[in-house]
Design a protein around this ligand. Structure first.
Ligand code: HEM
Length: 525
């Protein structure tokens, strides 16, 4: 007997079942027609609320989290619009795995070093979570939405843009703008908030690294002034539909205008490299140069062809936009904490100055190079410790692609958001003794895996930060130069050490600094 032939037994079961179903349907209809509208509405609401609570209990299982969803359906949505560091910390401290549920989203927070690493290194189960509007703002064709092999192939073609050889190329441009901004800072009259100043500095440095001289001062100013709208539009909790004159609408307009600027720059870079046989000086040049090299050599080396393909100006503009997006907030956060921390510690300042003069053979005018930066071991330790002590990225949201056995006792359900947290991992006393103290010297002789597996500032696994070497190079070079050539005074307020969350983290008083020029060859004043 085949599966699609019916037997008498099955027929009778079907007959009885359908009679039962008919009776049930008739009864339900009777009950329904005897209900008032009010009763129907109340019953529906009770059913939805009960479903929401039951689903929460099932997904929560044994992990930490509120016993019930206190605010039905929305959960802690209102709190998440104005995130507080202390609330995050309380959540991390509540257990290695904890949860919240906001609307239909079930969110799992992993706050131990081991779990954070496990999640970031499990591309089979998870992929980076992007907010719904991100597809509209960054455009659906953007490489950041790729997953699995498509993502790793694309990444291989981008890695060359941040290789040691490529970083060397960007240094002269970076140094020119570091000098320019240090002059601006020293010319300011008295103290001022440096949160906006550092955001502009970092935006300018990134845009010059990415687009070189193809981008104009005016375009940089417009992007720097409006960039905060993009950050606001891509916050984790935002309305998924773009409504005119809302945060997401402004964000999308700024993103579009910025990508149009980048597209034009990419066109100019192609002319410079391909038609004029020019030398690369920025990321766009280097990208086009790598494409050209691959094109010219692919006959002998088929692997090259796989590695570098022909990218359109539009594709380049979209990728460069993601670099700006990935770098802007995190780098501004690092700048704020780094300069606040250093300005507060004269002993650290003295050591940086001593090292700067030593590695430059007492010539403060020596231009930066990768070789010189690599010799600045102590200055590099200060940057590293600042990143550990105040990691700009607290958490990295991922989404579960298939049921994920995170621990022996808990499997994260498909579709839930899972957030490995970096701050607790970088403050784990097992790896970083006395974690709440700023101790750059801990990096002189790193022990165990503190600078390897546990170093989660830039994430780990297939999505590890593309710009991590660039960040260390840029900030080591910049800190050395700024500390050698200026005196910084931090005007401490009761909020200086408090942490404000705006995508990344910043001092709550927006960092009040005052700068004055210093002659490194003069004896210390
Ligand atoms: C202090 C500065 C920075 C910090 C702390 C930082 C941190 C991070 C973190 C935590 C991730 C997620 C990694 C993961 O999911 O495992 C990431 C991803 C990424 N970062 Fe950074 N980042 C910084 C600066 C930059 C810069 C300057 C660039 C670009 C030049 C950049 C480009 C990227 C890109 C493209 C990704 C996504 C990589 C992928 O999905 O394959 N970042 N970054």
């Amino acid at each position: 007997m085949s599966f699609n032939q019916s037997s008498p037994i099955i027929e009778s079961v079907v007959r009885e079942t359908s009679t039962g179903a008919q009776i049930f349907a008739t009864k339900a209809l009777d009950v329904y027609s005897s209900l008032t509208w009010m009763q129907i509405i109340v019953t529906t609401i009770v059913a939805i609320f009960s479903y929401d609570q039951i689903m929460y209990q099932i997904r929560k299982g044994s992990i930490a989290g509120p016993r019930f969803k206190i605010w039905p359906i929305i959960g802690p949505f209102l709190e998440s619009l104005d995130p507080k560091f202390e609330e995050y910390k309380a959540k991390w401290d509540s257990g290695p795995l904890s949860c919240v549920s906001i609307f239909h989203k079930f969110v799992i927070i992993a706050s131990s070093r081991e779990l954070a690493r496990k999640i970031l290194g499990s591309p089979k189960y998870v992929k980076p979570c992007v907010v719904d509007v991100a597809i509209k703002i960054l455009r659906p064709t953007n490489w950041v939405f790729l997953d699995g092999k498509a993502h790793s192939d694309y990444r291989r073609s981008l890695n060359g843009l941040f290789s040691q050889k490529a970083l060397e190329i960007y240094i002269p441009v970076l140094e020119k703008y570091m000098d320019k901004y240090l002059d601006i800072f020293c010319d300011f009259d008295g103290p001022r908030e440096f949160f906006p100043e550092f955001r502009e500095l970092l935006c300018a440095l990134s845009l010059r690294t990415f687009c070189g001289d193809y981008i104009t001062e005016d375009q940089i100013k417009v992007i720097a002034d409006n960039y905060f709208r993009i950050t606001a539009a891509l916050e984790l909790v935002n309305f998924p539909i773009i409504i005119p004159y809302t945060k997401t609408w402004y964000g999308q307009r700024i993103a579009d205008d910025t990508m149009k600027i980048f597209e034009k720059c990419a066109g100019m870079a192609k002319v410079h490299i391909n038609d004029e046989d020019g030398t690369p000086t920025c990321v766009m040049d280097e990208w086009i140069h790598l494409m050209r090299e691959a094109r010219e050599s692919h006959l002998e080396d088929t692997d090259q062809k796989l590695l570098i393909r022909e990218f359109t100006n539009r594709e380049i503009s979209e990728a460069i936009f993601t670099f700006l997006f990935a770098s802007q907030d995190a780098s501004s956060s690092l700048a704020c904490w780094l300069f606040q921390i250093v300005a507060d510690r004269p002993d650290v300042v003295a050591k940086i100055r001593e090292e700067q003069m030593r590695v430059r053979n007492n010539d403060p005018l020596e231009r930066l190079s990768l070789e010189l930066i690599n010799e600045m071991a102590y200055t590099n330790s200060v940057v590293k410790e600042s990143l550990r002590y105040r990691p700009p990225v607290l958490m990295v949201p991922y989404v579960v692609k298939q049921p994920f056995p995170v621990t022996e006792d808990y499997t994260a359900p498909k579709g839930s958001m899972i957030i490995p947290t970096l701050y607790p991992a970088l403050h784990d006393p097992e790896v970083y003794p006395d974690p709440d103290s700023f101790i750059p010297d801990r990096w002189a002789n790193p022990t165990g895996d503190m600078d390897k597996r546990s170093w989660l500032v830039f994430g780990t696994g297939p999505h590890v930060c593309l710009g991590k070497n660039y960040v260390m190079m840029l900030f080591t070079g910049m800190l050395g130069k700024f500390v050698m050539n200026s005196n910084m005074t931090h005007h401490v307020t009761p909020l200086s050490e408090e942490i404000k969350v705006f995508a990344t983290i910043f001092p709550k008083d927006d960092l009040i600094l005052e700068w004055e020029r210093r002659d490194p060859l003069q004896a210390e004043a």
